[in-house]
Ligand binder design. Structure first.
Ligand code: B12
Ligand code: SF4
Ligand code: SF4
Length: 345
């Protein structure tokens, strides 16, 4: 079994590549994780993310995904913003894009780095596969098991050093590595994240109903945003950071170093009036290489319309009227809602 020496070498290489945290665990998860995933799916908390249910067996058990895998190297990459990520919420004329999406797509950045690190292990004659976000892998429980941090009450991984601001990635390998000690829960009696959620998306601590989460509603959900969440969305037009931002463990987090994740000036506090003008071509050009591109123009501009409706800014009425006349029915419906809201002011 590979011991401390090799682990230290792998961790040192990971650090040079920019990873903030590295941990090692077995390629397995305890049965309660499968049960909790199943409870989540049975309750329908995944909404229209049907892909979560389709490969649930593989998600709950790394060896169902790759039977030869013996170990998992879990890696955390910091995107700590180094500023108040809730600042935009006090500026109704701008749209708030979640801090993780204000520059390049983290999937591309982290995948490249994982492949680089995996080459080192492959050179030892071992099998490797790298994952970040999109594979049927339960990244948070694996990271907790590998000692990177614990799944907080907001369900994301919290680290004592990097707070709630870590992206996660993994290298599955046939290498037999001595596992690290799992992290302990340090949430204690705190419930700041649960209280901060604008849409009351936590039915209980450690459980999220994605259908109520603004991140899901603005990024994953196609079609009209259900009326009950529109006002609570405020000006959040892509993702949401509220439950992460209020976590007291963030106070130890130094700002992330990756330049490709540093906030683009035009995406830090973009004017709603300008975003409302984006047609398909302009949207693609503006968000080339950005995670925002994945949601597509219509969903994004639908969110912009809702934010305009919540702005209470009469100056944005012409933008709302233009969106109400949009060719896309989903955008036009949101635009009409915005016109009605602004007309009430
Ligand atoms: C689906 C998904 C979403 C969905 C659902 C989120 C969710 N919490 O499930 C939506 C679209 C809402 C979403 C939003 C976000 N996401 Co997301 N998402 C994922 C994805 C693809 C799968 C997560 C998953 O497996 N969910 C299924 C549920 C059942 O699993 P779970 O959250 O681990 O739930 C556990 C708890 O509920 C717990 N549990 C249940 N009952 C009980 C009871 C007790 C007593 C206890 C102790 C525990 C417990 O057990 C479950 C199993 O471990 C992962 C990537 C991946 N492949 O893992 C990224 C991932 C979780 N997302 C990520 C991010 C950054 C976000 C956002 C912050 C983005 C944003 N700013 O808008 C938000 C955060 C919202 C939030 N509070 O979770 C990061 C999180 C990094 C981290 N530090 O944890 C990940 C890991 C992507 C990555 N590679 O970095 N996401
Ligand atoms: S991301 Fe926002 S909407 Fe989703 S659970 Fe956290 S605070 Fe609630
Ligand atoms: S805000 Fe409090 S309860 Fe929520 S994850 Fe952080 S420490 Fe845990």
């Amino acid at each position: 079994m590979a011991g401390a020496d090799l682990k230290a070498k792998i961790a040192a290489r990971a650090e040079v590549l920019g990873f903030a945290a590295t941990g090692f665990t077995r390629a397995s998860l305890p049965p309660e994780r499968r049960r909790w995933l199943q409870d989540f799916l049975t309750a329908g908390h995944h909404g229209t993310m049907g892909w979560m249910a389709e490969r649930a067996e593989q998600r709950a058990d790394p060896q169902m995904l790759w039977p030869e895998a013996l170990s998992v190297i879990s890696l955390g990459f910091s995107y700590a913003p180094g500023m108040d990520s809730l600042e935009n919420l006090r500026k109704p004329e701008v749209g708030n894009i979640s801090v993780y999406a204000r520059n390049r797509d983290y999937h591309d950045i982290i995948k490249g780095k994982l492949k680089h690190l995996a080459q080192y292990i492959a050179a030892l004659g071992e099998g490797v596969k790298v994952f970040v976000d999109t594979a049927p892998v339960m990244e948070k429980p694996l990271a907790e098991q590998a000692g990177l941090g614990w799944q907080g009450k907001h369900t994301n991984l919290v680290s004592r050093e990097h707070g709630s601001w870590l992206f996660l990635g993994e290298i599955f390998t046939t290498l037999d590595i001595a596992p690290d000690t799992p992290a302990e829960d340090h949430c204690g009696t705190c419930h700041a994240c649960l209280s901060a959620c604008p849409t009351d998306a936590f039915p209980a601590p450690y459980r999220l109903d994605a259908r109520r989460c603004i991140s899901y509603l603005t990024i994953e959900h196609d079609g009209p945003i259900p009326e009950e969440f529109r006002i609570a969305m405020g000006n959040r037009i892509y993702g949401c950071d509220d439950c992460l931002a209020v976590c007291p463990w963030n106070k130890f987090a130094a700002a992330g170093h990756e330049v490709k994740l540093h906030h683009r000036e035009d995406l830090t506090a973009p004017l709603l009036a300008e975003l409302a003008l984006l047609d398909d071509a302009a949207f693609r050009e503006k968000f080339s290489g950005s995670p925002v591109k994945r949601s597509g123009r219509n969903r994004f501009v639908r969110n912009v319309a809702i934010a305009i409706g919540n702005s209470a800014a009469p100056a944005l009425l012409p933008s709302a009227l233009a969106l109400a006349a949009d060719e896309n029915a989903m955008v036009a419906e949101a635009g009409a809602w915005a016109v009605r809201r602004l007309s009430l002011n």
